[in-house]
Design a protein around this ligand. Structure first.
Ligand code: ADP
Ligand code: MG
Length: 402
């Protein structure tokens, strides 16, 4: 795979596919981490005299055609503003994706200048399953530039026009963020230092059973936390009341537990839970052992004995991958489990990787500095699919040709 240093970018228009998919509250960016993570690549390109045209998506625009989506938003304009502040130089904004404004904006750039195109998902062809439709958009995007750099790690698992098709049309390289993320994933999957402990949580086991299946061949210990732990507890015959439960997944979870047993992978589940009377920040709650869970309550966090148990099960780890919060951390009253987990992982000496959008948001919201972990991934879906052993279409495209 080529890197930016392998391309002669001075004076050339470079189409940079980045992941700038930040959370918004109206037009307010609530977490600019993904913009920050893209700065090294933009700075390197601009510093070497490239004319940088950035293509990115934001949210999930709704509507059948371009016009409906453009009218409904979200627009990337606030991201252009924030990017300009962080770069310390103005960022031109094209009001369309690959139309007249995009062409004029790209043509108007001087060496070292940066522009951002409008939300690429306003173009229905971006995410189309129809190869010809995607090729049409890819052709229009490719005509804006003479080189392509892929740095949108969070979208690398998508077979989308700007991720998968454009690199086939232009000489291309991988950006700094993609190289860094792939290097960490390679370390996790190639002879990790042992014990290798995987912590999986979040809302639903159905999202994560595929990755668990593949990790059983690699990890030494699997700690199950959060919303998905109740389906695991239910598979072992425990009452979980009104807690999150995917009944239809119980047979699959039972298979995973049996397979873990055959392979000698230790699976660790919660031993006590915080039982709330409803899903609310101010819900009445009390700690109960898993064997005594009240039928009329739901668990929103793990209990203190579980926090201690999991900290012990992490203490000897030399490699940790963590994906998925341990409770409803968005409610301060139910954030203790996620906080304790983050603390235990931050104390591990070895490679510690946090993956997943909500997990990354949780550690930041709880005040952990980025330096508390070896790596906080910008892409949840992409890292999980890599760890599932699947090929990422965007990575395949960057590896091909050049
Ligand atoms: P990530 O984005 O890190 O992959 P997920 O999207 O799988 O994580 O899960 C995150 C969500 O899971 C959070 O919004 C959190 O509130 C929710 N969650 C975690 N534990 C529980 C629980 N015990 N009950 C209900 N929801 C939970
Ligand atoms: Mg999530």
């Amino acid at each position: 795979m080529k890197r930016i240093a392998d391309l002669d970018v001075a004076g050339r228009v470079v189409l940079l596919r980045a992941d700038l998919n930040v959370p918004l509250d109206g037009e307010q960016i609530t977490d600019d981490n993904r913009i920050q993570a893209t700065l090294p690549t933009i700075r390197e390109l601009a510093g070497r005299g490239a004319r940088v045209v950035i293509c990115a998506h934001l949210g999930r625009p709704k509507g059948d055609g371009y016009a409906a989506r453009a009218a409904g938003g979200p627009s990337l304009r606030p991201v252009a503003t924030r990017l300009g502040e962080l770069l310390g130089q103005p960022v031109a904004f094209a009001s369309d994706v690959a139309g007249e404004s995009a062409a004029a904006t790209a043509a108007g750039l001087a060496d070292g200048q940066v522009a951002l195109l409008q939300n690429v998902r306003f173009e229905p062809a971006e995410t189309s399953k129809d190869d010809a439709a995607r090729a049409g958009l890819a052709g229009r995007l490719a005509r804006l530039a003479t080189l392509y750099v892929g740095d949108g790690f969070g979208a690398l698992h998508r077979k989308h026009a700007s991720v998968y098709d454009v690199p086939g049309l232009l000489p291309h390289a991988a950006g700094e963020l993609v190289l860094a993320e792939i290097e960490v994933l390679r370390q996790l999957t190639t002879d990790p230092a042992r014990p290798y402990v995987v912590v999986l949580g979040g809302a639903k086991p159905s999202d994560k059973l595929a990755v668990i299946g593949n990790l059983l061949g690699q990890a030494d210990r699997l700690i199950i936390v959060g919303g998905m732990s109740y389906t695991f507890l239910a598979a072992q015959g425990y009452e979980v009341g009104r807690s999150l439960l995917e009944k239809d997944q119980i047979p699959h979870v039972a298979d995973v537990l049996a397979e873990a047993g055959r392979r000698g992978v230790e699976v660790v589940l919660p031993v006590d839970l915080v039982a709330a009377d409803r899903f609310a920040p101010d819900a009445d709650h009390r700690v109960v052992p898993v064997a005594d869970f009240p039928a009329d309550r739901e668990s929103l966090d793990m209990g203190p004995a579980t926090r201690e148990l999991f900290a012990r099960k992490l203490a000897d780890a030399r490699t940790v991958f963590w994906n998925g919060p341990a409770g409803v951390f968005e409610f301060p009253a139910f954030a203790a489990g996620t906080r304790a987990l983050a603390e235990a992982i931050s104390k591990v000496s070895g490679l510690t990787v946090v993956g997943g959008g909500d997990s990354a948001a949780a550690v930041r919201q709880l005040g952990f500095p980025a330096t508390a972990f070896s790596h906080i991934s910008t892409g949840g879906g992409a890292s999980l699919e890599y760890l599932e052993g699947r090929t990422l279409p965007g990575l395949t495209a960057l590896e091909a040709g050049g």
